[in-house]
Design a protein around this ligand. Structure first.
Ligand code: FAD
Length: 356
């Protein structure tokens, strides 16, 4: 009789960084049972952050974005099924759009996020989206970016590097409103203006001149359709406990799709770290996911790095207006977060000291 606490068949839905990291971690942890990794996108698993940076700029080809060489998955005994959507899950089975039915003892939903859209605008989430955007820029079309968040500003910077006329329209009074305190976003607005971006804040997008390519970069929604159909608790993401277990103890969730007790993140490093935690816990570890969030962005050679919670008193070393600074956030004498402009060494130290 199989021991229910020791899974022998694990299915992972989502071939992004959360799902692929989980699959590799399962093997690293010595799991010898079957692993099937299912992804709706046709491409081999790839890294998403370069889509708005090096790939869009043409500095790297699509093949260089692969998380692993195509044959690697097989060598680790991971069954990769790309280009097929999981349409239903529950009762120990995942049903795929191609008709296959995969049995599982543990299921991980790493279904990521879906960009919010605007009529007539494109979005940027997948490799296909990035290649289409690149083609529009190669045609010499002006670009209007709706949304001054990280992805929108990265695309604006890359498009200026390619010589495109770029407008950014942000409805909020300033860019990066959800990410940085106002004074720290100002130097980034200035950087874009200095590079020739026509940047409008506090203004709703009402339309663009004919021939302009419009990109909606107005955030993402968690991809929760499969979880909802499986009857799992969903509220701005697939609801998970600190161990990343969903309301069904055989099903876990990780990455952009998951809402943990500390919230939902949309960062590469968090999705990766959650993939590790979810894999260990599917094997019975019961570890809480405690890693502090962090992310980075590259724009015109500026490396911006952010970690933790940006609350409390600020201690500034350097000059943010010169884009050369590390800013520590301290609450009750404890470092809670940091923002670094072009200071990767400081960032490593600050991140290591977070919460200590
Ligand atoms: C252009 C861009 C640039 C970014 N740059 C940065 C950056 O510089 N720094 C940073 O920290 N973060 C960055 N991010 C965010 C980061 O890439 C994401 O947080 C991370 O990729 C999320 O990983 P994930 O595995 O949770 O989800 P995803 O990467 O979204 O993967 C989920 C996968 O699941 C698949 N899927 C969904 N539903 C199903 C289903 N029912 N059946 C089968 N497959 C399904 C999807 O097709 C998708 O391939 C960027 C994101 C974008 C879009």
């Amino acid at each position: 009789m199989p021991d229910p606490s020791r899974p022998s068949r694990i299915v992972i839905v989502g071939t992004g960084i959360a799902g692929t990291t989980a699959a590799l971690t399962l093997r690293d942890e010595g799991f010898t049972g079957s692993i099937v990794l299912v992804g709706a996108e046709p491409a081999e698993p790839y890294r998403r952050p370069p889509l708005s940076k090096d790939l869009l700029a043409g500095r790297v080809p699509a093949e260089r974005l692969r998380i692993k060489a195509p044959e690697y998955w097989e060598t680790r005994g991971i069954g990769l099924r790309t280009g097929t959507e999981a349409v239903a899950a529950g009762e120990g089975r995942v049903l795929l759009a191609d008709g296959a039915s995969l049995p599982y003892d543990r299921l991980l939903l790493a279904t990521g996020g879906r960009p919010r859209t605007l009529p007539g605008a494109s979005t940027l989430r997948t490799l296909g989206d990035a290649l289409a955007l690149r083609a529009a820029l190669d045609d010499g079309r002006p670009l209007a970016v709706v949304g001054g968040g990280l992805v929108g500003l990265e695309v604006a910077a890359t498009a200026r590097g390619l010589g495109a006329d770029v407008t950014v329209v942000e409805a909020a009074p300033r860019v990066l409103g959800r990410i940085l305190p106002g004074p720290l976003a100002e130097p980034i607005e200035r950087l874009h203006r200095e590079h020739g971006v026509e940047l409008h804040t506090g203004r709703a997008f009402t339309g663009a001149a004919p021939g302009t390519h419009v990109l909606a970069a107005i955030g993402t929604e968690p991809e929760t359709g499969l979880a909802e159909r499986a009857g799992l608790a969903v509220a701005d993401g697939i609801v998970v406990d600190a161990r990343l277990a969903t309301s069904d103890p055989a099903v876990y969730a990780a990455g952009d799709a998951a809402r943990t007790p500390s919230g939902r993140r949309e960062h590469w490093s968090d999705a990766q770290a959650q993939g590790v935690t979810a894999a260990r816990n599917m094997l019975g570890a019961a570890l809480p996911h405690t890693a502090a969030p962090w992310c980075w962005s590259d724009q015109y050679g500026l490396t911006l790095q952010i970690c933790g919670a940006l609350e409390g008193e600020q201690k500034i070393d350097g000059d943010p207006s010169e884009l050369d600074a590390s800013v520590s956030f301290i609450s009750d004498g404890v470092l809670t977060g940091a923002v670094c402009f072009n200071r990767p060494k400081d960032f490593r130290t600050l991140r290591a000291n977070l919460g200590t």
